[in-house]
Design a binder for this molecule. Structure first.
Ligand code: SF4
Ligand code: SF4
Length: 376
């Protein structure tokens, strides 16, 4: 396992970390954690607010290897006394005497962060727990933007941050770099874009063969962890899933500049072809209320990169979100006339249904055009 440049609680932060939020059972927790530790993972995020029962499973699974891991939990911005109670409850469920990291969770805005630092607030309770030896390091978790991340780091009490960071969202990169420069460990949340990048891609593997890229998953994980001080925080519900991620990240990471070059190459590949939709939204609103940029984006991932995950995502959204039911297009033709790139939206929607919508029980697309509006 490659190591990033950061240490937390005296232990090196590995390229891969484990989010325990998706553990489905005590048995799975034992197997996933065993696979994680065997694969070199050090940081375990127990996220008790979302999955309290899981903390007891994690505690049981850690018997015999507690000292090998960096054990982290997080909680909402309660008042000082409530924070203390939450930490004690986590310690009891995990059956440990001390947490290595305790994070303020769900921080989205500057106000969230400021409120936590008010007298009697989260920070006061967390610092008290740290002074009493219940916690070693404090951190912040959330999805604030890059300038706000810098403020977190400058506060002086933050040792670890957890923020979304992946190939499709690098908007926080400056803040992440700043954190790493200041010695603050960064856990990259959703490194696989909530599972979207967990996919094979023969196109990527062919194009990036010289860099040893074998799949979209591989590129996504190694891209994130190739940044100094950053560890990819992955969830897993089964041991083979964990072992697969650990195996991918046991391979050489790239210098950060090369990782950025590969990301740009990924973008360029994705944008290749005449029918690339920029997502500008000029074609909207669709008279059938379809999310046209969203649909065309999924098509691009599937048609250009051959990513199975796009098909999976489309089928999930089709079943639950009327804005993704591409067969509802009634051929009014407005979108095509509005698009500055003259993208044949209607025919691409038909292509989406034909290539990704098999067996979904959709209506036959309307063949005619709206007589009052005309053709695309
Ligand atoms: S042609 Fe179809 S996709 Fe385009 S605006 Fe009309 S209903 Fe929406
Ligand atoms: S106007 Fe064209 S490029 Fe812009 S979102 Fe619509 S289809 Fe895509």
């Amino acid at each position: 396992m490659n190591l990033t440049s950061c240490r937390v609680a005296g232990k090196p932060l590995a390229a891969l970390s484990l989010s325990c939020a998706r553990l489905p059972s005590r048995q799975a927790a034992e197997e996933v954690i065993a696979a994680a530790v065997a694969g070199g993972v050090r940081y375990l995020d127990t996220t008790p607010g979302r999955h309290e029962a899981g903390e007891a499973w994690v505690g049981a699974a850690l018997a015999g290897c507690r000292e090998r891991v960096i054990l982290a939990a997080r909680g909402p911005a309660d008042g000082a006394d409530a924070v203390r109670a939450r930490i004690e409850a986590s310690l009891a469920r995990l059956a440990v005497a001390r947490l290595d990291v305790y994070q303020l969770g769900g921080v989205r805005t500057a106000e969230d962060f400021d409120r936590a630092q008010e007298p009697g607030g989260w920070l006061e309770g967390a610092q008290r727990a740290r002074d009493e030896g219940l916690v070693r390091h404090l951190g912040v978790s959330g999805d604030a933007e890059a300038p706000e991340l810098r403020r977190w780091v400058r506060s002086g009490w933050v040792d670890v941050i957890t923020v979304p960071f992946h190939l499709l969202d690098v908007s926080r990169l400056r803040g992440i770099r700043f954190a790493a420069e200041q010695g603050v460990a960064v856990l990259a949340a959703h490194p696989l874009a909530s599972g979207f990048l967990a996919s094979s891609s023969a196109v990527l593997a062919r194009d990036m063969a010289e860099f040893g890229v074998v799949s979209a998953t591989d590129l996504a994980l190694r891209y994130v962890s190739s940044h100094a001080g950053v560890s990819a925080l992955c969830g897993a519900s089964r041991a083979p899933e964990m072992a697969e991620s650990a195996a991918l990240l046991s391979r050489p990471l790239w210098p950060e500049a090369l990782a950025e070059t590969l990301r740009r190459r990924f973008d360029a590949l994705l944008q290749s072809g005449d029918e690339y939709c920029t997502g500008c939204g000029y074609c909207t609103p669709c008279t059938a209320a379809l999310d046209l940029p969203g649909l065309l984006r999924l098509r691009q991932f599937q048609a250009v990169l051959g990513m199975e995950s796009a098909r999976r995502e489309f089928r999930t959204k089709f079943a639950s979100d009327v804005h993704y039911q591409a067969d509802l297009c009634h051929n009014c033709g407005l979108c095509g006339r509005r698009c500055p790139r003259q993208i044949p939206v209607r025919s691409l929607l038909a292509e989406i249904m034909a290539t990704m919508g098999q067996g979904l029980g959709w209506a036959t697309p309307h063949a005619g055009q709206c007589p009052t509006v005309g053709a695309e």
